[in-house]
Design a binder for this molecule. Structure first.
Ligand code: SOE
Length: 400
């Protein structure tokens, strides 16, 4: 493990592979936990040098495998294009490193399952940033669905963005060879499904899906553009698109609840709007990721817009409050809370010790749901989600 700090504690040593906007988010979150950002790697030597200066990394590495083999890091944060997640996570686990791997965990169920088996075999900590679980008002919704408002009867919502809404917009996610066979659903529909399963405690058991590619051609930008990055030039060759812009999904859960989801990355005006609405017996709960400091509680009688004030929140929600009411907590705060919990699990030697931490088992779930959505859209019928036996939770014995 890392070098001792004044209090005798050991600062965790973090290595980051991938330096798009999310790599910077990981670096800021790691630093906020008190970890050292020992090293970073980007897609080119120039971008690596720029990223190291930008995030204040202690050194650079030639590539992800050199960072993993260096012996200078305790946990590897994987923030690369999706096709590299499996090989890098596999190498990190094999070398005894804990892993935080961006979603989707892998571009196939087999690869995601193999990674879960590797985690189970080593007992290392391995987490996936389904970070929207870490908003205090999401935890409040989860607590209310567990008791006062009763079980869910109807679940619906959407996840809408517009950063891919013109032919000029391009990104590695659009290319199935880099992003995987599903784009919009795997990229952001996975967040929505993880969140509603987390909040309700239920599981999506079958889906009926339609996938739509509204822009069949785009102006290729190669690997050059990061998510949400505006295009500077209109140079580039036209390329055909083999992944979806929109996913429409109906689903049934294991408890028999029905629901629907609209996923779109071409909805002008919506920047990162994840919304769910859950109609339970005594109230409806609605959450909007673009207004994350409030939770709407709808009733036959007076409804209320519950503001984040720890004096009135369930203890499970108050645990994630870091600022007084009226001082909005946002996306980076939510990401910081996820990384803090992941690093706490490393310190404790167990993911089971940290309630609500999304692990590789949750990453596998998301890939299984994505696989069912792809099969349903192909066959134009309802398809069961491959629930299978979720791999055993990582053992809790100490990690060397
Ligand atoms: C792009 O769609 C993206 O950065 C996703 O990859 C993230 O998972 C999501 O949280 C925000 O949008």
């Amino acid at each position: 493990m890392g070098v001792a700090r004044g209090s005798g504690e050991t600062a965790l040593r973090v290595g980051i592979v991938g330096a798009g906007f999310i790599g910077d988010v990981h670096a800021r979150a790691a630093r906020r936990t008190g970890a050292r950002v020992v090293g970073i790697v980007a897609s080119t030597p120039e971008r690596t040098e720029e990223a190291a200066a930008r995030v204040g990394a202690e050194r650079t590495f030639r590539d992800g495998l050199e960072l993993i083999a260096s012996g200078e890091v305790d946990v590897v944060h994987i923030c690369t294009p999706n096709d590299l997640h499996h090989p890098l996570a596999e190498a990190a686990l094999a070398s005894g490193k804990h892993v935080v791997c961006e979603k989707p965990l892998a571009v196939s169920v087999a690869d995601a399952r193999a990674l879960c088996a590797a985690v189970d075999a080593t007992g290392l900590v391995a987490a996936v940033p389904f970070v929207y679980r870490f908003y205090p008002m999401v935890r409040e919704a989860r607590a209310r669905l567990a008791t006062p408002v009763g079980p869910a009867r109807l679940i619906h919502g959407s996840y809408l963005q517009d950063w891919l809404s013109t032919e000029q917009d391009d990104n590695w996610r659009v290319d199935s060879s880099r992003g995987g066979p599903s784009r919009a659903f795997a990229d952001i529909g996975s967040h929505w499904c993880d969140l509603v399963e987390f909040v309700t405690g239920d599981r999506i058991a079958s889906v009926c899906a339609e996938l739509i590619t509204a822009l069949p051609e785009r102006l290729s930008a190669g690997d050059g553009l990061h998510a949400f990055e505006p295009r500077a030039t209109s140079e580039g060759s036209v390329r055909s698109v083999d992944t979806e812009d929109v996913a429409l999904v109906m689903f049934r859960t294991a408890r028999g609840v029905t629901g629907s989801l609209v996923v779109s990355q071409i909805s002008s005006g919506h920047k990162n709007q994840l919304r769910f609405e859950i109609a339970a017996a005594d109230a409806t709960l609605a959450f909007d990721q673009e207004q994350p400091d409030v939770l709407w509680v709808g009733r036959r009688g007076p409804s209320e817009l519950l503001a984040r004030d720890m004096a009135h929140l369930d203890a499970a929600a108050a645990a994630y409050v870091t600022l007084p009411p009226g001082h909005p907590q946002g996306y980076q705060d939510c990401f910081d809370a996820f990384v803090a919990d992941a690093h706490r699990a490393i310190a404790l030697g167990s993911t089971a010790a940290v309630d609500g931490l999304p692990t590789f088992v949750d990453g596998l779930r998301a890939v299984q749901i994505t696989d069912a959505v792809l099969r349903s859209a192909e066959a134009h019928r309802w398809v069961d989600v491959e629930l299978g036996e979720a791999p055993a939770a990582a053992r809790t014995e100490r990690v060397s």
